[in-house]
Design a protein around this ligand. Structure first.
Ligand code: IMP
Length: 180
């Protein structure tokens, strides 16, 4: 199986680029209001959230610091319960207000892991979770979601940063990827 086989499995559009852009502006406005008197550190969990992060910061009007962290819990479309750290933070978030920017919350294991990791090792003042997509029907562990773009059903989706085997991040719409 290669890219051309994967390409044939692209399904219908779930969320158009236009709807994404509109919703990202709304979320940025909520954050602008809530953090108007305080600095915030945005932590993006690579790589799926890179486009969401870029569009989000383009609409923020508050002092922000960015950093990147990388955890993984997926191989292809298959979930794994184990979450591993691939890249650590560079910025010191001690006593800082943090927003973790996620592409999607599925089982919740990744967000749960990030929250525990940050509070155990980095001592932030507070941590909020901001996710573009949320699949509540597949949740295995209860996690807080403070800002949410869209709720989607139990489908594997690609595009707007989300991948299948590292491909399709460049698609501007969020589309279904039909699993075997
Ligand atoms: P969780 O740990 O199961 O909540 O999964 C979170 C991570 O799995 C996300 O940050 C994504 O990288 C990946 N993921 C979950 N669902 C999808 C999907 O439908 N498409 C692409 N990646 C996904």
């Amino acid at each position: 199986m290669d890219y051309h086989d994967y390409y044939k499995r692209i399904g219908r559009t779930i969320i158009s680029s236009k709807r994404i852009q509109k919703r990202v502006k709304e979320i940025a406005n909520e954050i602008n209001k809530e953090y108007k008197d305080s600095d915030v550190v945005l932590i993006s969990n690579l790589k799926g959230s890179f486009r969401f992060l870029a569009d989000l910061v383009a609409n923020l009007k508050i002092p922000t610091i960015l950093d990147f962290i990388a955890f993984t819990s997926y191989t292809g479309t298959k979930r794994r319960n184990e979450v591993r750290i691939i890249k650590d933070l560079k910025v010191n978030v001690k006593n800082k207000k943090v927003i973790v920017v996620e592409d999607i919350v599925d089982t919740g294991y990744t967000v749960d892991f990030i929250l525990k990791y940050l509070f155990d090792f980095k001592h932030p003042l507070e941590v909020k979770i901001c996710t573009l997509l949320d699949k509540p029907s597949t949740r295995k562990i209860d996690v807080p979601v403070d800002y949410r773009g869209f709720i989607i059903p139990d489908l594997f989706v690609i595009g707007y940063g989300l991948d299948y085997k590292e491909y399709f991040r460049e698609l501007n719409d969020i589309v279904e990827y039909k699993e075997d």
